[in-house]
Ligand binder design. Structure first.
Ligand code: FAD
Ligand code: NAP
Length: 492
């Protein structure tokens, strides 16, 4: 299987090369001469991990050629489909990624699903090295009864819906209820809460999809509970996102001062960023608001609340059993200290009525291909410093390497490290010697399978179309949300 593409690929059709190794049978252990051979490297995934890995390789190796394979017809992963529409400044990284993609030594191969349209083994045969940077495309399940009832959604799908991810466009979240419960207290939970509660007119000039904006205009959701199984000291969100909540127009916070008893003393020992976050939480929960803030809260028609020490036990069905009507929460207490602090049920429960449940307890990577090792428990590809364990020539970066946490900057550092590891191996002669056909071989395979990749200049046409569609409404872009329409616009 591993040699399939290699065997039938006619040598006469290999790319013309001046390289002395053409015709030899390349193998691991032979010294790779960086002087003579163009390293053909491919990256799977065009999110921050894929682009930052490519950037590092191109910058630090003057000959390396990098192909970036992406399942969507459009690039940038969670920068396009995750980052909230009201955080446009975060998306500025796209200009750096665009520079990388426009390099003569880089190519974007969109609309190619690795593991389906082409196997990882085939890529490994065609390239000197393959970097898996395909992120975490699934969500972690709550694994509780009632989780599949209508009215229960993963935050991942909800985020994909408002951000134009084609597979989530039919989600049709029912926003006709008064109360939504979000399980989990990370930054994704706060993104979702903020989008649910922001006055829609404040989203009109963002790149949120028109369909989502329309649904949010009709939303009746007035209260959003953000539920954590542990306490304030253990929240996973960060200060900037909390501050945005405290300042969200038309909303007021619901925080129970009892949850914060004794916290003032405990925060003295915690690292500074967490201490500052706790101070903001404490102020919001326990200080009397000033006149202006009190008036703002009194005028608010919507509210958000943090509910602590509550672990989801069951999604409660409506009387007819047809949809979610609430969540049964197990009351918890904390055991252990520091990082090891765990929530354990006290035996008490509390029912929280709601019409919408959003589970925001993290993303999860999937195995991409049976030939690639995968740790199902940790949800990562087992690796040492980005080298996939026992698989020479195979690397990983980003969320699939270290798990689904960390911001774009963390992903950048991690991806540069993988790039560095790969180049070290290349220079140490640990990658196959001799030329590799790279995309020429894969293109033949894909074309035989009826797959026609989308190039970066194709994306730039789609990009221009989106920007033009947004202009009339004063939006930075109106995203194309239908893959078939994108392909039609490209003349396919
Ligand atoms: P991804 O960005 O997910 O990229 C993976 C890419 O691989 C995707 O394009 C995917 O389509 C592609 N792919 C998957 N499977 C295949 C396949 N089989 N074949 C080919 N391609 C494939 N960080 C911030 O700094 N600021 C923020 O405001 C912020 N907001 C966020 C909001 C949300 C909802 C989420 C979930 C995360 C947010 N982050 C934010 C974190 C940031 O998005 C991640 O750190 C980063 O995107 C991880 O990069 P990645 O490349 O590993 O994964
Ligand atoms: P996260 O930060 O890991 O938060 C997950 C939350 O879910 C935690 O509160 C966790 O609580 C809870 N949880 C997990 N399993 C649970 C269970 N079985 N029952 C109840 N609660 C459970 O994940 P995320 O919010 O998906 O964010 C992913 C990453 O993207 C993070 O690094 C985040 O910072 C980043 N991101 C950044 C931004 C931004 O910068 N604006 C925006 C979005 C996302 P415990 O702590 O108790 O496990």
């Amino acid at each position: 299987m591993a040699l399939r593409c290699w065997r039938w690929w006619p040598r006469s059709a290999w790319p013309r090369t001046r390289l002395p190794f053409a015709g030899s049978s390349p193998g691991f252990g032979q010294r790779f001469s960086t002087q003579e051979t163009t390293p053909q490297i491919c990256v799977v995934g065009s999110g921050p991990a894929g682009f930052y890995t490519a950037q590092h390789l191109l910058k630090h190796h003057a000959q390396a050629h990098v192909d970036i394979y992406e399942k969507q017809p459009v690039p940038f992963g969670l920068v396009r489909f995750g980052v909230a529409p009201d955080h446009p400044e975060v998306k500025n990284v796209v200009s750096t990624f665009t520079q990388t993609a426009r390099s003569q030594r880089c190519a974007f191969r969109g609309h190619v699903v690795v593991g389906r349209d082409v196997t990882v083994a085939e890529l490994r045969e065609a390239y000197h090295a393959v970097v898996l940077s395909y992120g975490a495309e699934d969500h972690r399940a709550l694994d509780i009864p009632g989780e599949r009832l209508p009215g229960v959604l993963s935050a991942r799908a909800f985020v994909g819906w408002y951000n134009g991810l084609p597979e989530n466009q039919a989600l049709a979240p029912d926003l006709s209820c008064d109360t939504a419960v979000i399980v989990g207290q990370g930054n994704v939970a706060l993104d979702v809460a903020r989008i649910l509660l922001t006055p829609p007119e404040h989203l009109e000039r963002t790149d949120i999809t028109e369909a989502a904006l329309q649904a949010l205009r009709q939303s009746r959701v007035k209260t959003v509970w953000i539920v954590g199984r542990r306490g304030p000291l253990q929240v996973a969100f960060t200060i900037k996102e909390l501050r945005e909540m405290t300042q969200l127009p038309g909303t007021r916070p619901i925080l129970d001062p009892a949850d914060f008893l004794g916290l003032q003393d405990r925060i003295q020992e915690v690292p500074r960023p967490r201490k500052r976050l706790m101070e903001l939480l404490l102020r919001a929960a326990t200080e009397q608001p000033g006149q202006e803030e009190a008036a703002r809260r009194a005028r608010a028609s919507r509210a958000w609340g943090l509910r602590f020490f509550r672990s989801p036990e069951q999604v409660l069905p409506s009387a007819d059993g047809r949809r979610a009507a609430g969540v049964r929460l197990a009351v918890t207490r904390l055991e252990g200290a520091g990082e090891a602090t765990r929530a354990v049920p006290t035996g008490d429960t509390e029912d929280l009525p709601c019409g919408l449940v959003l589970s925001s307890v993290g993303y999860k990577s999937r195995p991409i291909d049976p030939s690639v090792p995968f740790d199902p428990k940790l949800g990562v590809i087992p690796n040492t410093e980005g080298r996939v364990v026992d698989e020479p020539g195979l690397y990983c970066s980003g969320w699939v390497k270290r798990g689904p946490t960390g911001v774009i900057a963390t992903t950048m550092t991690d991806s540069f490290l993988t790039g560095q590891t790969l180049l070290q191996d290349l220079r140490a002669g640990l990658l196959p010697a001799g030329p590799r056909p790279g995309y020429a071989a894969i293109q033949a395979l894909l074309s035989g399978r009826g797959v026609r990749p989308v190039s970066f200049s194709d994306w730039e046409k789609l990009d221009a179309e989106e920007v033009a569609r947004g202009q009339g409404a004063g939006k930075p872009r109106e995203k194309l949300v239908d893959t078939q329409e994108m392909l039609r616009l490209l003349g396919r």
